[in-house]
Write a protein that binds this ligand. Structure first.
Ligand code: ADP
Length: 365
């Protein structure tokens, strides 16, 4: 005898999504089951192409179907597992009930307690990493006081284009990007008063023709003042990533940033430690700032730790040259960036299930 499609579905009912703890059938992730003689084939739809659990899920599926075949005494020589991805939509409305970005599935803010910690570096490379994994990704450089995207994406010589009253995003390095830095004179100081800043940010976000996006990464202005606070409320944020360096003084600022997002009801995706240590050109590691400080802070605050980035000359050079894809020429650097991107995507997937399969937990401090 051979297995039937129903047998495959029964076997898949025993395979749990490692993050959510429910089985693949209940979660609606099984898109196809086929049997061809002694071979089986299943198609599983993940909630992100950047899923860090692909290999684990594949292994669990193989084991479950093999066990089912054994129990039934069916002739079985293996299963072909195909993964597709459909990024879920998250909360789509801002507090006032409007939905300014209907074609964007997940809006992820990158914030920091203060400037200079690598917030823009993380935002740019997170966007590029997700795009490299197959997600349709945009980057909104909303750091209106110090837009870095023109340099970090190499946009200096690229002309701004518009259609009607909509700006066309810059299609570079696999992402779609927009930055205030291309719309104002780069050498003139930007003196934004509150309402002007809000107006410019909102226009930039909503009058850019993003098209369909899985993820829009928003590089926020640093700090916890009026401007980052108000900008965080203008878009329907799925979550916020906080970038922090390891030193104690940086942690204190990051804590304030975390509190700001908490007060606004924006879920915190987690903390990224940047400039964790210095890796010299021979590959030797030097601890400059107290590696692990931001990770400890994250654990103390019961926030997720999403990964760390070392200080590397290559990362600085590629940022200055506007060639982020070159970061993946360095295996260790590329691996750090991919690790962070996978963790962000996995956590965002979890957040979009919240209330559906996962009960929110209330922690009282
Ligand atoms: P922020 O957005 O927080 O002000 P940036 O991302 O602009 O900070 O980073 C400040 C400077 O530090 C940039 O020149 C950037 O290239 C550099 N930089 C940031 N992180 C790293 C790192 N991990 N290794 C090397 N250089 C870095």
């Amino acid at each position: 005898m051979i297995l039937t499609a129903t047998d495959l579905t029964e076997a898949l009912r025993t395979v749990l999504d490692p993050d959510i703890g429910k089985d693949l059938v209940t979660l609606g992730m099984v898109k196809e089951t086929r049997v061809d003689g002694s071979r089986a084939a299943v198609t599983i739809e993940l909630t992100t192409p950047a899923c860090p659990m692909k290999d684990k899920i594949r292994g669990d599926i193989e084991a479950a179907i093999s066990a089912k075949a054994k129990a039934l005494g069916a002739s079985y020589t293996g299963v072909e597992v195909t993964f597709t991805a459909d990024v879920r939509r998250s909360n789509e409305r801002t507090k006032d009930g409007s939905n300014p970005l209907p074609n964007v599935r997940q809006v992820i803010a990158v914030g920091a307690g203060k400037g200079g910690v690598g917030k823009s570096t993380v935002a740019v490379n997170l966007a590029v990493a997700l795009a490299r994994m197959g997600a349709k990704t945009g980057l909104l450089d909303g750091d209106i006081y110090g837009p870095s995207a023109p340099t970090m994406l190499g946009l200096e010589e690229v002309a701004t284009q518009s259609r009607g009253n909509m700006l066309l995003p810059f299609e570079v390095h696999g992402i779609r990007a927009m930055t205030i830095g291309k719309l104002v004179d780069a050498d003139k100081p930007l003196i934004w008063r509150g309402p002007m800043a809000h107006g410019a940010f909102k226009q930039l976000a909503t009058q850019t023709e993003w098209g369909e996006l899985d993820y829009l990464i928003v590089d926020l202005p640093p700090g916890t003042g009026d401007v980052p606070l108000t900008l965080s409320q203008l878009l329907p944020l799925s979550g916020a990533v906080i970038v922090c360096t390891p030193q104690r003084v940086a942690q204190d600022d990051a804590r304030r940033a975390a509190r700001m997002f908490e007060q606004l009801g924006v879920p915190i995706v987690g903390v990224i430690e940047n400039m964790s240590s210095f890796i010299d050109d021979t590959g030797r590691e030097h601890d400059l700032f107290g590696k692990g400080g931001a990770e400890t802070m994250a654990h103390t605050m019961e926030l997720n730790f999403l990964g760390s980035l070392a200080i590397r000359t290559a990362l600085r050079i590629n940022s200055d040259r506007g060639t982020p894809l070159a970061n993946w020429n360095d295996g260790a650097l590329g691996a750090e960036l991919d690790h962070i991107a996978r963790n962000v995507a996995a956590r965002i997937s979890m957040l979009s299930y919240q209330g559906k399969y996962i009960q929110p937990t209330i922690s009282v401090r």
